[in-house]
Design a protein around this ligand. Structure first.
Ligand code: SDX
Length: 426
């Protein structure tokens, strides 16, 4: 017997089907609400609105659960690599050895960027933010790689090109911004090691790859690989719903991620911790400001639309932080400040009552600093990690038989009908 939800409007009762997800969460299917009642819903920020059915990532915000294709992120962080996790998200299952090797070979084959694109980097202002450069360059990729006639091949090749070339472009952008010679990807290095080598190798100071740092970068990207219908993924799905090409949809995702309330928070956290350090290291005044309703200041790296407990990724990132700093013998005063800030906030009733806990961005920036990643590239690192998630979510949305052009409704609160007044009468 189909379960339903009843809505009573002006004394009339309407029934709508109740959908049940594979993890037991329920949703009211209101896809016929307006045609049957003339009503729309009002839900700022879509905090209560499911935009799709998805089988990719499951989150439980109350219990702090995160699983990619059913596998807990904790297990993937411990046992997997970013490339293997990307394969899992994109294909739905972990690859066997042959599939993983083929995927790695394809990523290597598509790791170079068209030489003409290097000119683009040369002409951005030196102070251009790498996220703006990245979204421009990803959009431009379509000009160099026109659509293939076979749709499946187009999607497979474009997926591989994006996963591989975005990583190369990020490193290129960094080298060119410093006036250094570009380091090309190497066929003998796997994905994360290749990125670190492209970023930091130099003719006068060869970069020494540290397996622990390579592992930490794999974990960093695994933790960022997908997160169900977050803001940038919703942007990719919305832009993709117009059936524009995947490069343009991913470029939209990069731009949404750039904001300080979303992926830009990892850069904003380190900027906040630096300000606390420069003001003497006491986090209390910043905690007070974050609680002040008249102050727009927010504690960066704290709070989450879904998690109302500790972000499971933040727990792992905190551990990676300790491991990488110990391995590299880095003593970062910002880590001590972050720990003090966390301790202060988590004892404060405001943060407890608002369910504000550290999220993935709170410790991630300190890991990136220890690796030598420049501050303005922190969100680019998030974007590289989120790529397989964006691509998989986009693919699911275009394959969705119930998928439509995204076009929300509104509640109009402006002027009612009035006539035009000629200029001489105003
Ligand atoms: C990411 O969605 C995802 O999955 C995102 C992400 C992913 O992997 O894709 O997890 C990545 O974006 C993590 C979040 C990174 N952003 C930050 O760290 C920025 C700081 N955090 C906040 O701005 C905020 O917590 C959000 C934006 C993350 C979530 O906010 P919501 O769900 O929109 O809630 P809200 O802004 O309506 O706040 C609810 C209350 C408000 O107080 P009241 O008016 O109800 O009294 O909580 C307060 C807010 O003022 N609040 C904070 C706060 N976050 C919320 N107060 C102080 N500091 C904060 N950080």
């Amino acid at each position: 017997m189909e379960q339903t939800a009843k809505l009573i409007v002006d004394g009339k009762t309407y029934e709508f089907p109740l959908l049940k997800g594979s993890e037991g969460e329920q949703a009211i299917d209101i896809s016929l609400l307006r045609s049957r009642t003339g009503l729309v819903t009002y839900d700022p920020g879509y905090a209560n609105t499911g935009s799709c059915k998805s089988s990719i990532t499951f989150m439980d915000g109350e219990k702090g659960i995160l699983r990619y294709r059913g596998i807990p992120v904790e297990q993937l962080a411990e046992h997997s690599t970013f490339v293997e996790t990307a394969y899992l998200l994109i294909n739905g299952n972990l690859p066997d050895r042959k599939q993983l090797t083929r995927f790695s070979v394809m990523l290597n084959d598509h790791s170079l960027v068209h030489e003409d694109m290097r000119e683009f980097f040369q002409h951005f202002p030196r102070r251009a933010h790498p996220m703006g450069i990245l979204s421009s360059m990803v959009n431009a990729l379509r000009f160099f790689y026109p659509e293939l006639p076979d749709q499946d091949e187009e999607i497979n090749i474009t997926t591989t090109r994006l996963l591989s070339k975005v990583r190369t472009m990020a490193a290129m952008s960094y080298k060119i911004s410093r006036g250094h010679r570009v380091v090309y990807p190497r066929p003998d290095l796997l994905y994360a090691a290749n990125f670190l080598n492209m970023m930091f190798d130099s003719p006068v100071l060869p970069y020494r790859l540290d397996p622990e740092v390579v592992h930490a970068l794999n974990v960093f990207w695994i933790l960022h690989a997908d997160h169900e219908q977050n803001s940038s993924t919703a942007a990719v799905r919305l832009v993709g719903s117009s059936r524009v090409n995947l490069y343009a949809a991913i470029s939209a995702g990069i731009n949404a991620l750039w904001g300080p309330l979303h992926g830009g928070a990892n850069q904003a956290v380190v900027e906040m911790l630096t300000r606390i350090q420069e003001s003497g290291g006491d986090p209390a005044p910043f905690v007070a400001r974050a609680k002040d309703k008249n102050d727009s200041f927010r504690l960066m790296g704290f709070g989450h639309r879904v998690y109302k407990t500790y972000d499971p990724r933040a727990k792992i990132m905190k551990r990676v932080c300790d491991q990488v700093l110990a391995r590299l013998r880095v003593k970062d005063p910002l880590l001590d400040i972050a720990r003090r800030l966390e301790e202060t906030a988590l004892k404060d009733s405001y943060f407890i009552d608002h369910y504000l806990y550290p999220n993935v961005d709170f410790y991630s920036g300190i890991v990136l600093r220890a690796m030598g990643i420049p501050l303005n590239m922190f969100t680019v690192m998030f974007a590289i990690g989120r790529l397989p998630g964006w691509i998989t979510q986009w693919k699911e949305s275009i394959d969705d038989p119930e998928g439509k052009l995204h076009r929300p409704r509104q509640v109009y609160t402006g002027e009612t009908k009035r006539d035009f007044v000629p200029l001489e009468e105003r």
